[in-house]
Design a protein around this ligand. Structure first.
Ligand SMILES: Cc1ncc(COP(=O)(O)O)c(C=O)c1O
Length: 324
């Protein structure tokens, strides 16, 4: 049975062509799905996942959301915002150090007012578990959300999103050969791939890996298959996806997670100059940079119709002013 949602955004998000960028690149028709415009706290892909996760937390009588991420985590910012919408407390476990003058997502975190616990990257997972226990001891009922909101429940937001875009495309008389999306903790791509089966999408969904390399790529594909299996089980759909069903491109990792290079910088400037479209420094700049490179190298043909799934990340731009 379909789980319930706690409404956090107006849907559908817009779908529109990027005509000037297509002409500039002399190539395929490029469209964009604007999940940067989910309308909670500067948007992004986590909002769709949080609609299901928050509803699940409320249905279980939980009163506190706990999650973790990097210092500029879009997921943590949206979780803190969702907690406020739902009247829940929120604890964020962030790897990094407090900043005297916070920028980007961290600045917004401070406005939403969660309790922030600072840790190193290695301490993060164990701190979340320990924190859950500590909160229970004080009488609270914590609901732990995995990094990126990526589990079977959260990914249902992206099963829905795939059905949504198929309807929109049909109404506009268009369709897509390839969907490009930034992929990192797996829930977005897992949900889209399951949604593709449920909606009969005949094209390819390619995740541009943001932080998993060629060596751990197979483990990452296994994780996505597991998330998709959990979502299918929740939805009561007898569908099984294998790791091989996930198309993951690990060619654009640059100098590593959240390190801005030429690829991201150029993509951010190009999208802004050609389309007044803002893409972010960590996820969507890298994914769009990958798409542009695939077009320039002829891997994507001139006659293909491409959908760039914009997953947000724009608030983080303000933390990268010196690199831009
Ligand atoms: C803006 C943005 N895009 C894409 C992703 C990747 O989505 P997922 O973690 O579901 O793979 C994230 C995850 O943190 C994100 O913040």
């Amino acid at each position: 049975m379909k789980p319930i949602k706690f409404k956090l955004t107006t849907l559908p998000t817009p779908l529109h062509p990027l005509k000037r960028l297509s002409v500039y690149l002399g190539g395929p028709e490029i469209w964009v799905k604007r999940d940067d415009l989910t309308d909670m706290a500067m948007g992004g892909n986590k909002t769709r996942k949080l609609e299901y996760l928050v509803a699940d937390a409320l249905s279980k009588g939980c009163d506190t959301l706990v999650t973790a991420g990097a210092i500029q985590s879009n997921h943590c910012r949206q979780t803190a915002a969702a907690a406020n919408r739902a009247g829940l407390s929120c604890h964020l476990v962030l790897n990094g150090n407090p900043e005297a003058a916070p920028q980007g997502n961290l600045l917004l975190d401070t406005l939403f007012g969660p309790t922030i616990h600072w840790v190193t990257r290695d301490e993060r997972d164990s701190r979340v578990n320990k924190l859950g226990e500590e909160l229970k001891e004080t009488g609270l009922k914590p609901y732990i959300i995995p990094v990126g909101g990526s589990n079977g429940m959260g990914a249902i937001g992206y099963v829905d999103a795939m059905l949504e875009v198929m309807k929109q495309a049909y109404a506009l008389g268009t369709d897509f050969d390839l969907i490009i999306v930034a992929s990192s903790s797996g829930g977005t791509q897992a949900g889209l791939q399951l949604g593709a089966i449920l909606s009969g999408f005949p094209g390819t969904i390619m995740g541009i890996s943001i932080d998993s390399g060629k060596v751990d790529g197979p483990i990452y594909r296994e994780k996505m298959a597991k998330i998709a299996a959990e979502s299918a089980a929740i939805l009561g759909e007898p569908i099984r996806l294998e790791p091989e069903n996930f198309n993951l491109n690990c060619d654009y990792l640059g100098q590593g997670y959240s390190v801005m290079g030429e690829l991201e910088r150029n993509a951010i400037h190009l999208a802004a100059e050609q389309e007044a479209l803002l893409v972010g420094p960590v996820y969507t700049g890298r994914a769009l940079g990958g798409l542009i490179d695939l077009i320039r190298n002829g891997v994507i043909g001139k006659n293909e119709r491409i959908l760039f799934w914009h997953t947000g990340d724009t608030p983080a731009l303000f933390a990268y002013s010196s690199e831009l």
